[in-house]
Design a protein around this ligand. Structure first.
Ligand code: PLP
Length: 372
């Protein structure tokens, strides 16, 4: 094989020449940030594209998550998944909230609604689930529980750009959903994030919070933060939006080929996409089970020898990290499915420009290793 390295992801970029007119406009107007014209246009365009009523853009997904928790005045304990990127739980600690980890479903690897009720205490005020890999968590069941116990639901939808279930955007579930528009995600503005909300008043509050709490020149409504997206990033988003359908189509073609070529490889399991879900192909995780002759980590290393850099998303578990592992809910015995996933899942390269021939080569390596 050649010496090229293939990473788990590679950012999608539009043609550079098409970005120049946007730069020209920014230079001409000298409006660099603070809810400028590109920022306003992108919020509007994303509402239309995603099928959501309100969206507030942010400088990144982490600040958006932190702000979402503040916007709803969440207190005390928040139920969440240990099987995610660290910032899901970090956003709780930055708000002096206590994460309460609940195990994932062994099949979907999403927060298991059957385990939520036993974790609720008088201090619980919210649930923070993740649509892991862009595949929807059971929002119906989570909403039922939230309604019974009077809890808020904030979805970490960092992976779920454009995902629909039963023809409806998954981003409309719960009280708030948070997107990441980071370089590694399906739709990127280099760095960026967004909060999706369902009513004008909440959108207003979020807009104050992301701008230091300013309601007007002399009125500060709340201890806000600087979470604003710049005009440069917003312009990038407007340009990216022209290409995102094509990018998602390419991802779906890649995942379809992986599915086909890995279907009969003994010991390699794939995550199912439910029939009612329109997925975005954000990641391609496989489960390296006990029938595979080598461990997940050995396969990860084998692929690296061939220049293929998969990622062990998500390993280590958030609940195993030093700032979390002392929590009562972080006890590994209570999180068997999450631990199993952290040990067995490998995310294979997937990004719009990944050649189908490279997908085929990756599958050959995995297939050969499966024969011992
Ligand atoms: C990427 C990501 C985020 C937010 O990341 P930013 O880099 O701050 O935009 C949040 N949650 C999950 C699960 C993520 O993968």
């Amino acid at each position: 094989m050649d010496n090229r390295k293939i990473y788990v992801t590679q950012p999608a970029l539009p043609p550079l020449a098409e970005f120049i007119p946007y730069l020209q406009e920014i230079w001409n107007s000298k409006t660099l940030t603070n809810n400028g014209p590109y920022h306003q246009q992108l919020e509007k365009a994303l509402c239309e594209y995603l099928g959501v009523p309100h969206i507030a853009l942010f400088c990144n997904g982490t600040i958006a998550l932190m702000t979402a928790l503040k916007a709803l005045r969440i207190q005390g304990e928040v139920i969440t998944t240990p099987y995610s990127f660290v910032c899901t739980s970090h956003s709780l600690l930055w708000n002096d909230l206590q994460p309460v980890f609940v195990d994932v479903d062994p099949v979907t690897l999403n927060l298991d609604p059957r385990r939520i009720e036993e974790a609720i205490t008088p201090q619980t005020s919210a649930i923070l689930p993740v649509h892991c890999y862009g595949l929807p968590v059971n929002t119906v069941e989570i909403q039922r529980i939230a309604d019974v116990y009077g809890l808020k639901v904030i979805y970490d939808a960092a992976h779920a750009f454009g995902v629909k279930q039963k023809g409806e955007s998954i981003l409309n579930a719960g009280d708030l959903s948070v997107l990441s528009l980071h370089a590694t995600k399906v739709f990127n503005t280099f760095e960026g994030g967004a909060i999706i909300c369902q009513d004008e008043k909440t959108k207003q509050r979020i807009d104050y919070l992301k701008n230091f709490g300013f309601a007007d020149e002399v009125t500060v409504m709340a201890p806000g933060i600087n979470g604003k997206m710049s005009e440069l990033n917003a312009a990038m988003g407007l340009l990216q939006l022209k290409y995102v359908d094509e990018a998602i189509e390419k991802r779906l073609r890649i995942q379809a080929l992986y599915r086909e070529l890995l279907a009969d490889v003994r010991g390699i399991e794939q995550l199912a996409v439910p029939d009612d879900v329109e997925w975005n192909g954000a990641y391609f995780p496989v489960f390296v089970n006990g029938h595979y002759p080598i461990s997940r980590d050995a396969l990860y290393a084998r692929l690296q020898e061939h220049g293929i850099h998969g990622r062990r998303y998500f390993f280590p578990l958030i609940s195993s990290m030093p700032m979390y592992r002392g929590l009562p809910s972080a006890n590994p015995r209570k999180l068997p499915n999450a631990h199993q996933a952290a040990e067995k899942v490998l995310c294979l390269p997937i990004f719009p420009d990944l050649a189908l021939e490279d997908v085929a080569k990756i599958c050959v390596i995995i297939d050969e290793a499966s024969r011992g």
